[in-house]
Design a protein around this ligand. Structure first.
Ligand code: CP
Length: 329
């Protein structure tokens, strides 16, 4: 698809539909801006399913640097694939083999990437706020691929796109986000995106894994899993983020599964056509039973991964429009 055939860059009223330089979070985005990114992603879904996947070169000549200071499978690979499918030169910084290991600061690393004249930088870091810190220092768009417990905006966008495609809408749906909400940037970004788009969001989990005052985000809080699932249209499961836990938040994985694991029996509490989601990586037998995760009629897990590539293509495209002289912030 050529740029000329792509969707409109500027609304008829002259307002730019996405007037942001970076994507550091869902916080601060208007509902129409979130919907705009989802609409932009739609064009890539069908094209990505075709035999020839590199069908566009709108990012030709631009350099995308992926700097992941935390492990990743889905996000790193999908940003790499997204960049390559749009014709960008993609460089993955090998953090384990980089000068970070010699004590270089995050700011110095960011300034080094900036000096190499990156056109887009995608960052994952274990510190909440690290991505904004870099965004404030560099000259190019920065995309948050997950920072600490703070936000994982492209995950929320791909989840919203998955829900919208499977259910035909988001407004009015009841979405239960279940498990380790306390440590989850995925939960935080999803709460922001789904409430902005008109869903009724519940958070469900043991009291130790639900943030204090989470209701202030406009969600309902449930510590009883069955009650939280009651009639839900979407059940989004989260793994226990043990890498962020200091001390015992749950007695044992076995007991956790008994109380908060999604099994076929438990799923009967939700709406008969409830969609099951999980951002991955899943811990089978703990927060989700394999029979649920692999139930193709109910589980959208692989579709979420697929939507991730389309959403990241849309984000890279939209955020670089100003650099490419085709509109933008
Ligand atoms: N959902 C998600 O962020 O997965 P990865 O950690 O594999 O990127």
């Amino acid at each position: 698809m050529s740029d000329a055939a792509a969707p409109a860059r500027v609304r008829p009223d002259g307002v730019h539909p996405f007037p942001h330089r970076h994507l550091t979070g869902i916080y601060g985005l208007h509902p129409h801006e979130i919907a705009f990114l989802l609409d932009e992603a739609e064009q890539w879904v069908a094209l990505n399913r075709g035999a020839a996947k590199k069908h566009d070169d709108r990012l030709a000549g631009l350099t995308l640097i992926n700097a992941f200071f935390e492990n990743s499978t889905r996000t790193l690979l999908s940003f790499e694939i997204a960049g390559k499918r749009l014709g960008a030169d993609v460089v993955n910084m090998m953090v384990a083999a980089s000068s970070v290991k010699k004590g270089e600061t995050l700011i110095d690393t960011a300034m080094t990437l900036n000096a190499m004249r990156a056109d887009m930088i995608v960052i994952r870091h274990d510190a909440s706020g690290a991505v904004q810190l870099i965004a404030d220092k560099v000259d190019c768009p920065v995309l948050n691929a997950g920072d600490g417990r703070h936000e994982h905006p492209t995950q929320a966008l791909l989840d919203a796109l998955t829900i919208r495609r499977r259910k035909g809408r988001i407004a009015g749906l009841t979405v239960a986000i279940c498990g380790d909400v306390l440590h989850s940037r995925v939960a935080r970004s999803n709460i922001l995106a789904l409430t902005a788009l008109g869903a009724e969001v519940r958070v469900v989990g043991p009291p130790t894994l639900l943030p204090a005052a989470i209701e202030q985000m406009g969600v309902a809080r449930f510590t009883d899993f069955d009650a939280g699932l009651d009639g839900a249209d979407v059940v989004m499961m989260l793994r226990l983020q043990r890498e962020r836990m200091e001390g015992g938040f749950v007695p044992s994985s076995r007991e956790y599964h008994t109380l908060y694991g999604l099994t076929p029996e438990r799923l009967k509490r939700a709406a008969p056509d409830a969609l099951v989601m999980h951002p991955g990586p899943m811990t089978r037998g703990v927060e989700i039973a394999s029979s649920v995760a692999d139930d193709l009629d109910r589980s959208a897990v692989t579709e979420q991964v697929e939507m991730g590539v389309a959403v990241r293509m849309a984000c890279l495209d939209v955020l670089t429009r100003a650099r490419r002289g085709v509109g933008g912030w």
